[in-house]
Write a protein that binds this ligand. Structure first.
Ligand code: SF4
Ligand code: FES
Length: 217
């Protein structure tokens, strides 16, 4: 990531904002408009609400653009108990957990608890989503085949390494729950390849189409 996140401070809590990872999902401005208001300068004013409220809204940011650091002894950010991924209808994967993203050479791109990953293949900030799916007209409802019957519950508090394979899919190795966009079905597993070229006929899974279409990243 080229630019480092901006920091907004108060006595009780600091908020950091990484503009390159914000896709304007607006959870923040809807959740706490006194603190997150794009019409004011600076647009984040953490002193305008209780630190617990600020922290709760920051944790709703699905992309990890927002993070916080408590200065008042309040609870620090921590990873969710389970690693989860959800395809957003016509949009990215929202990933939550103890997640480490590496490139094909094994270099760490990011370790975070909230990340939005491109699945349309068009982002200029791969593997992150940059909202390119909107201009590209990417269409996928985010269905997931339910496999709960075959697979026991995933282990809690585990790491989820994800490799963005060269010109290929996202390769997951670690316990995860892949939840359909409508929340009706869950695929549990510990190893799979998810499409990030946007063209698999078996989304969200990779079916090898990235080779046919010459996907590059
Ligand atoms: S919740 Fe996160 S992704 Fe959404 S607008 Fe706020 S900072 Fe951006
Ligand atoms: S990454 Fe899309 S089919 Fe493999």
């Amino acid at each position: 990531m080229a630019d480092s996140p901006r920091r907004y401070t108060s006595d009780a809590i600091d908020v950091t904002y990484d503009a390159k990872r914000c896709i304007h999902a607006a959870e923040c401005v809807r959740g706490l408009p006194a603190v997150f208001d794009t019409a004011q300068k600076p647009w984040v004013q953490p002193e305008s609400a209780a630190a617990n409220e600020v922290a709760a809204v920051v944790l709703r940011c699905p992309t990890g653009a927002l993070h916080f650091e408590r200065k008042d002894g309040g609870a620090a950010e921590s990873a969710p108990v389970q690693n989860t991924l959800a395809p957003v209808p016509n949009g990215p994967y929202f990933v939550r957990g103890n997640v480490q993203i590496t490139d094909a050479a094994g270099n760490l791109i990011i370790a975070d608890t909230r990340i939005a990953l491109c699945r349309c293949g068009q982002s200029n900030n791969k593997p992150f989503c940059d909202n390119a799916h909107q201009q590209a007209g990417f269409v996928d409802v985010g269905a997931v085949t339910d496999n709960q019957a075959e697979v026991a519950a995933t282990a809690a508090h585990t790491q989820l390494p994800i490799t963005a394979l060269a010109n290929g899919p996202l390769f997951l190795q670690g316990d995860f729950e892949l939840c359909s966009a409508d929340g009706q079905s869950v695929f549990r597993g510990n190893k799979t390849a998810l499409c990030r070229c946007g063209s698999s006929a078996g989304k969200p899974f990779c079916d090898g189409t990235h080779k046919e279409i010459g996907f590059q990243d």
